[in-house]
Design a protein around this ligand. Structure first.
Ligand code: TXA
Ligand code: MG
Length: 352
């Protein structure tokens, strides 16, 4: 299916805007809205035509399933076949919030939502605009990140319009999203709960609740990607991005050497680095997007996608980035940078 070119309305998160957006959703139209993680591209999850329109607007392949968003955990039985105790516990602990649970699909959910699979991904977002919208729509809302397939997730309404303007009925402008990276996707249908995508809820927080948590090998990151499959095209900037992982001093030295070599060859360099590196490398002739202090992981996550979009829009010949480690939110940042690097990962020896 191909999308139809339409005018995209910009709505504001006041009662009028929410009511208009909810009516559009009920009519099978698509509305982008802020969540606490990134902007979502919403459509009525129980309406197969709306679900098909989501895939068309994003140019998303049909084999990549969507997350269903609920206003309240009490609505889980509307979209899942059963609600295991562990899901109830996690919902009580982390919802509303950036945790997506993969459970058995309920019969009301169109197969297009789950890409034909027997499981469905569900979350209750914490953003007040998202919650008000879903509650007003009165239906579960399927919402992938509101970017075109393969692009960086949007953290502002302007990012959404840059990717989807003319393809969707409306976007609610609720300002920049507070977390900045997507939700953690946790599969509860496997014998051991498994993190499929690290995100806003850290693996450490999940372990504190669940004891053992498995990590899908992709979520372990740090390893360079071997097969350039679907996943790896996610978050890809236009300019080739290099990610350096290693002890701070060595990684910074690598950035300096590499940037200098690129400049010597007459190539333009972009740096996506913490403030400390930005200061230490300020003498280099490079385009620097500082991500904030290295110990402020919340700030780094919040700025990551906007900084990546800003740098990429200036089309440097390459982008060099430094790995933040894997503690707490850093694991999600590392995951997104690893995907953006699509195999261009340099691992230096020594403790990180
Ligand atoms: O924070 C977020 O999760 C944002 C906001 C809008 O809620 N949404 C988001 O959706 O990032 P999306 O579609 O860009 O990413 C959803 C991820 C994909 O990697 C998809 O493959 C996975 O969740 N997923 C969805 N349904 C699944 C399922 N049934 N089993 C396994 N993975 C699933
Ligand atoms: Mg996405």
């Amino acid at each position: 299916m191909k999308y139809m070119r339409i005018e995209t309305r910009i709505l504001y998160p006041d009662p009028d805007g929410i009511a208009t957006a909810a009516a559009l959703l009920r009519a099978g139209q698509l509305v982008a809205f802020p969540t606490e993680t990134v902007y979502g591209l919403g459509g009525d999850a129980l309406n197969p035509a709306a679900v098909a329109a989501i895939f068309a607007a994003k140019d998303r392949p049909a084999d990549d399933p969507l997350i269903v968003h609920l206003a309240d955990a009490a609505d889980l039985p509307r979209v899942t076949a059963s609600v295991p105790l562990v899901a109830q516990d996690l919902a009580a602990a982390f919802w509303p919030g950036p945790l997506t649970l993969v459970l058995e699909r309920g019969p009301a959910v169109p197969l297009a939502v789950t890409a034909g699979g027997p499981t469905v991904a569900v979350r209750v977002p914490a953003h007040p605009v998202a919650r008000a919208l879903i509650a007003a729509a009165g239906t579960p809302v399927a919402a992938p990140s509101a970017n075109r397939f393969g692009h960086t997730s949007p953290t502002t309404a302007a990012h959404v319009l840059a990717d989807l303007g003319g393809r969707i009925a409306a976007v609610i402008d609720g300002g920049p999203t507070p977390i900045g990276v997507e939700s953690t996707v946790l599969d509860l249908t496997r014998p051991t709960p498994t993190v499929l995508r690290p995100g806003g809820v850290s693996v450490e927080e999940l372990e504190a609740h669940l004891g053992e948590v498995a990590l899908e090998s992709r979520a372990v990151a740090a390893e360079p990607l071997r097969s350039p499959g679907l996943q790896e095209r996610h978050y890809a900037p236009h300019s080739p991005l290099w990610l350096v992982i290693g002890p701070e001093a060595a990684a910074r030295a690598w950035l300096r050497e590499r940037a200098a070599a690129e400049r010597a060859a007459g190539r333009r360099v972009g740096l996506l680095v913490p403030d400390e590196d930005a200061a230490a490398l300020a003498d280099l002739d490079a385009d620097i997007e500082p991500l904030g202090p290295a110990e402020d992981l919340d700030g780094m996550a919040r700025r990551l996608y906007a900084a990546l979009r800003a740098l990429d829009s200036r089309r440097p010949d390459c982008i060099l980035a430094r790995d933040p480690g894997e503690r707490g939110l850093a694991r999600a940042i590392r995951d997104r940078l690893t995907r953006a690097a699509a195999g261009r990962v340099v691992v230096l020896a020594g403790p990180i």
